[in-house]
Write a protein that binds this ligand. Sequence first.
Ligand code: FES
Length: 168
Amino acid sequence: MTAENSIISAHAQTEIDHWVAKFPEGKQRSAVIAALHAVQHDNKGYLTEELMEAVAEYLDMPAIKVFEVATFYSMFETKPVGRRSISVCTNIACLLRGGEQILKHIEDRLEIKVGESTPDGKFYLKCEEECLAACNNAPMLMLDHKYYENLTLDKVDEILDTAGKEEG
Ligand code: FES
């Protein structure tokens, strides 16, 4: 289903086609979440209006429907953010086991507040999570899509050091 004039990369188109093929003929719009993921991944972790319009065209659906999906789900970003996304749980189990101190430690270390990105574009301190269902191993955070549990401040430092190095 390659669209040569699309601003969606060939790689992302291949990924989108892979997901479109999983749905019945004519139901290609069901692949919109996967398509937005592919395009966002290709664009340093965030979506632009042009990219959302391109996804709409690619999947033959109204642009407003794509905007609705992109702005509803928290895994999509519609503004530039740091490449590594950090979410710290501060709900009750994590709160009782030091979640707020973990968050404060990250804020102090990265010199940003929740919702901000570091000036070098490495980290995005996305949000305070309202429980990610890992309460038995509280406190925890999510870096990109990976869980880190039973955190201590030292462990957090290790996680940030490693992630920072991976970013160069
Ligand atoms: S309260 Fe933090 S994972 Fe449930």
